[in-house]
Design a protein around this ligand. Structure first.
Ligand SMILES: CC(C)(COP(=O)(O)OP(=O)(O)OC[C@H]1O[C@@H](n2cnc3c(N)ncnc32)[C@H](O)[C@@H]1OP(=O)(O)O)[C@@H](O)C(=O)NCCC(=O)NCCSC(=O)C[C@H](O)C(=O)O
Ligand SMILES: [Mg+2]
Length: 292
């Protein structure tokens, strides 16, 4: 795996909001989340699709969301709204266009062609939602299909539905799918975001799921409520101890220059641990720069 600069962009907390909800669109301007997904899909009722599309395009073109990475989630390719959504999103030029239920490399190629045909600016990348069993089994070909695809987004609600599974603490029914998507993202140098936690009042359950996602290797979590932002920001940032440890590892390596292996606080340090420590510090600095 190579760490492209793209992978050091903090995406700890990426908040969905219905583009039909004016209060949410307004509130998002003051929330400390790393990214926003202005939704046109599941959170928007059919009779509100057209006005939500207009609101999302206006918001994305407004320049009023500061440092937050701003994206629009269009309706799926098999819906009557997809083409109009894609055209409007391309014209608005957000940081990324999020497409639900992407399941093959061919689908990615079709989307990238459409982005070009509709004149999306070069800065607008494609985020693919992987949320079906078929997508899990083809995650690597999806992730590798185009340079323009920069992020995989887990759709865990749809995945639970399609698997006939259940939402349970620890997410045992989803672990194979989550791991396949993670392997695909890391093997192809893409970022990957964990799915949402539906119970907005269950803080303990949410924080446990953040910890699990972080430990598995996700870059951040998609969210549905402002109350989830702070927990995700903390969980997906290197902790103070991790930063101190990373500095210590680099210092121990420096002190033992020329030796292929040293120890730090009793633990073996080799070249690969030094790379991990450097990654931790780079991410820490990127977060500080973002928040500063
Ligand atoms: C889940 C909600 C419907 C809860 O809404 P509500 O009861 O109104 O929440 P609160 O009263 O606690 O809200 C307090 C204030 O915060 C604002 N708010 C709420 N949610 C958001 C948000 N997502 N972004 C921005 N601001 C938000 C309220 O407007 C209140 O503001 P104020 O009155 O000014 O204080 C609601 O949170 C919600 O709609 N969430 C997003 C739902 C969504 O987008 N769903 C689609 C994505 S999830 C998905 O589909 C994943 C995937 O596809 C899969 O398969 O898993
Ligand atoms: Mg979904």
């Amino acid at each position: 795996m190579t760490d492209a600069p793209e992978q050091f962009r903090p995406r700890r907390s990426v908040l969905y909001m219905p583009s039909s909800n004016k209060r949410a669109l307004e509130k998002a301007k003051s929330l400390p989340c790393d990214g926003l997904i202005l939704d046109l899909e599941d959170a928007v009722a059919p009779d509100a699709k057209a006005s939500a599309r207009e609101a999302a395009a206006t918001a994305a073109a407004s320049g009023e969301y500061g440092r937050r990475e701003l994206t629009i989630r269009v309706n799926g390719a098999d819906t009557e709204w997809h083409d109009d959504d894609l055209r409007a999103a391309c014209e608005a030029g957000p940081d990324a266009i999020v497409v639900p239920k992407v399941a093959s490399a061919e689908a990615v190629h079709t989307l990238v062609d459409a982005l070009e045909r509709h004149g999306a600016p070069d800065r607008t990348s494609l985020w693919a939602m992987v949320e079906t069993p078929y997508a899990m089994l083809h995650a690597e070909e999806i992730a590798a299909a185009s340079e323009r695809l920069t992020v995989l987004v887990m759709g865990t609600n749809d995945l639970v539905k399609e698997l006939y599974a259940e939402h349970v603490p620890g997410r045992a029914p989803l672990l194979t799918g989550l791991s396949l998507a993670l392997l695909a993202a890391r093997a192809t140098g893409k970022a990957i975001l964990d799915g949402v936690y539906n119970d907005v009042k269950d803080t303990d359950g949410f924080l446990a799921e953040c910890r699990q996602g972080r430990e598995m290797g996700f870059d951040g979590k998609t969210l549905i409520h402002p109350g989830q932002v702070e927990g995700a920001n903390t969980a997906f940032a290197p902790s103070a101890e991790a930063v101190e440890d990373a500095r210590g590892v680099l210092q121990a390596w420096e002190d033992g220059r020329g030796s292929g292996v040293v120890t730090y606080r009793g633990k073996m340090v080799e070249n690969l641990h030094v790379e991990s420590a450097q990654r931790t510090l780079t991410m820490h600095e990127a977060i500080q720069a973002l928040e500063g």
